[in-house]
Every structure is written in structure tokens, then in C-alpha cells.
Design a protein around this ligand. Structure first.
Ligand code: PMP
Length: 361
């Protein structure tokens, strides 16, 4: 079977060139006669590869020297809980901006470890809008401010980094990291599960200002402490070697594509094409999100008649368009347009949508 156009929300499409290279190198990586998965993370080869991956990531995002880059495990969800343990002491509070499903989860997982102050929420708007920065009720004594710049399920995205003063800004960038240039210096801590824009699941990328690693947090096992992971170059225990390797290949691919400016232009063009098709369909298709809040990465949409959903999914799959079924919380459809999804995929999708509308009336 040929490769399909893959709109999965995550684990999501990886660049075909990355997969092809991994395939070529699978049995004999770097002249070692074994796969990258079959050798020690303490080997010279692996350490060199890991360092190169970090250097490439630093170059792509212009990560300042006073930030550590960590390659961790546990999924973003584990770090929902681990971040407050590291950044907040006993009795501290932290501000949470809840603009979708994942921000709500992050606040919930943090609650056993920090006093969660719900500083803003768009739940009453069904997360179809973003709480504007002017409405955030921030506490200047908060240990940190946590927000989710892109909400994968609800399809809303903050396009500007909010100003939060001296309090460190913590961002769950699982579904929009590496999609455009980023001013890392605006953040205290950035983290992202890998399975959308970086590589396979099981790897979490973290970029954290080094001074925050000195926070005492609370009593915890070494394995929980980010400072220990940083001191051990993310090899405190056996890392996800395969994930780290694939992330490194993805970073090389991103550089070859022209880096973040090129990806930003491409991602913008893809999203515009799809939103134009939806908005221009005379309400055959609808995206309910407030236009300025619309995500470039995840585009949920409904058909004018939900009775057509099953046909849409079946026919789209036959047409080589994979994983358009929406999240169960919203129903309908969702197309995720991460870096590895080319413009041709979106062109194929919009052509299919127009044809479907014509045939089904
Ligand atoms: N945050 C965001 C924005 C996500 O999209 C997801 C997963 N889809 C998560 C967190 C949870 O990630 P994980 O399953 O890796 O814990």
C-alpha cells in the first residue's frame, strides 16, 4: 500500500524522509553493525548523536545558553504533575490559564502539589474563544503561570506570547512546538510530548531556564528532579534512545527545509487553504472557533448534517486521507496539519471536501 495523507492528531505523521533514513539505518546505524536501539546510551556514538540533536534543536529555536534542553520521558501528562513538584514549594500557588481540554488536565494533575489558581478560563465559551490576556487574573506571587498555546482538541491557538512580568511562563507546546520561530527568552519552561512535531511518543522535550532548576521545590526522588536530569545530560537513567534518534533526524530535516521561518510560512499556507475551504463552503462545512483564535495545527470541523459523517470518513479513507475523525469530545472531523503534513495533503483534502459536498448535496 502507498503512503496516505495523514491528518492524525498524534501520534502523528513523521516526515517521509526521516522514516526512510531510519529505515536505511535500522540494521546498521552509523557503521556500528547494530541498530540505534540495540546499543548503550553511554556509547560514544550515542552520546555524539544526542549532542548533535540538542545542538540542532538549539539552532532551530535559537535557544539561549541560560536554558537547558532536556530529553525526558513520561509524556506531557507526567510533566503536568512533575512541573509543580519542581517549580513550586509547599504552600505555593500557581496560575493556570485553561483554554481547552489539555490545560484543564494540566491544572487537575497539578492540584495535588500546588494551590491551583484558575486565572482565566474559556470553558463557559466551550473553549471556542481564547481568554484575552487583559482578562487573566494573575497573582504576582505565583510560582509560575501555566498555559497551553495550542489546544489540540479544541483547535484554538494563542499567536502571541502573553506578557506575565517576572513570574515564569510555563507552556505546554506539545502540539505547536517547532511550527514557527519562537522567542524562548519569554518563557521559564517549555515542554512538549514528541508525538506531533518531533518524533515518536515516549519522548518529552523540555527547554527550561537554568535558574529555575535551582528552585528547591519539595522533597522528591532524584528521578523526579529536573536539575538532576540536566546535570546528567538527560541520561540519569536509560533514555528513550529510539525517540531521541528520530527527534534528531527530524531536527536535521527541519534545518534542511529552511528552519522555522520556512515552516511558519508553510504552516500558515496550509491552514489558510483549509479554513478558506471550510468558510467558503456555504456552511456545508463549519469550524465554530472564533477566527482570531483558530489553530494553524488542528482544525476541527463539522458537516452540515452529522448523518453524513460516516460516509465522509469512509470515502475520505478510500481517497487516501487518514485519521480525519474528530475527537470524541467534539465529534465531527479534525485535520491536524503538523510540520510533516505537506501542502499537497491539504490540497488533496480540500479537493475531496469540495467533491464530497457536490456528490452528497
Ligand atoms: N498536551 C497537549 C497539548 C496534547 O495535545 C497532548 C496529547 N494529545 C497532551 C498534552 C498529552 O500528552 P501525552 O499523551 O504525551 O501525555
Amino acid at each position: 500500500m502507498d503512503r496516505v495523507w495523514n491528518f492524525s492528531a498524534g501520534p502523528a505523521a513523521l516526515p517521509q524522509a526521516v522514516l526512510a533514513r531510519a529505515q536505511r539505518e535500522l540494521l546498521d546505524w552509523d557503521g556500528s553493525g547494530a541498530s540505534v536501539m540495540e546499543q548503550s546510551h553511554r556509547s560514544k556514538r550515542f552520546i555524539a548523536m544526542a549532542a548533535q540533536a540538542e545542538a540542532d534543536l538549539r539552532e532551530l529555536l535559537a535557544v539561549p545558553d541560560d536554558y537547558a534542553v532536556l530529553f525526558l520521558q513520561g509524556g506531557a501528562t507526567q510533566h503536568f504533575a512533575q512541573i509543580p513538584i519542581n517549580l513550586a514549594g509547599e504552600g505555593d500557588s500557581a496560575d493556570y490559564i485553561v483554554n481547552g481540554h489539555w490545560g484543564e488536565k494540566a491544572a487537575g494533575e497539578a492540584a495535588p502539589y500546588v494551590r491551583v489558581n484558575l486565572a482565566a478560563s474559556s470553558k463557559a465559551d466551550s473553549y471556542l474563544r481564547l481568554p484575552p490576556r487583559a482578562d487573566w487574573l494573575l497573582d504576582p506571587r505565583a510560582a509560575y503561570v501555566h498555559y497551553t498555546p495550542n489546544e489540540t482538541i479544541h483547535g484554538v491557538e494563542y499567536r502571541e506570547v502573553p506578557e506575565v512580568g517576572e513570574v515564569p511562563l510555563v507552556a505546554d507546546m506539545s502540539s505547536n512546538i517547532l511550527s514557527e520561530p519562537l522567542d524562548v527568552s519569554r518563557f521559564g519552561l517549555i515542554y512538549a510530548g514528541a508525538q506531533k512535531n518531533i518524533g515518536p511518543s515516549g519522548l518529552v522535550l523540555m527547554i527550561v531556564r537554568r535558574d529555575l532548576l535551582q528552585r528547591a521545590g519539595r522533597p522528591m526522588a532524584r528521578i523526579m528532579r529536573y536539575a538532576e536530569h540536566a546535570a546528567a545530560d538527560s541520561m540519569l537513567n536509560t533514555p528513550n534512545t529510539w525517540g531521541w534518534y528520530l527527534a534528531g533526524l527530524t531536527f536535521q530535516w527541519l534545518k534542511a527545509q529552511g528552519g522555522m521561518a520556512a515552516m511558519a510560512a508553510r504552516n500558515q499556507a496550509k491552514a489558510e487553504l483549509l479554513y478558506r475551504a471550510i468558510d467558503g463552503s456555504a456552511s456545508y462545512y463549519r469550524n465554530p472557533v472564533d477566527p482570531p483564535a483558530r489553530s494553524r495545527m488542528n482544525v476541527p470541523f463539522t458537516l452540515h448534517d452529522a448523518a453524513l459523517d460516516a460516509d465522509f470518513l469512509k470515502e475520505s479513507e478510500t481517497a487516501g486521507l487518514l485519521a480525519l475523525k474528530g475527537h470524541k469530545a467534539l465529534g465531527g472531523m479534525r485535520a491536524s496539519l503538523y510540520n510533516a503534513v505537506p501542502l499537497e495533503a491539504v490540497q488533496a483534502l480540500t479537493a475531496f471536501m469540495a467533491d464530497f459536498a457536490k456528490r452528497h448535496g
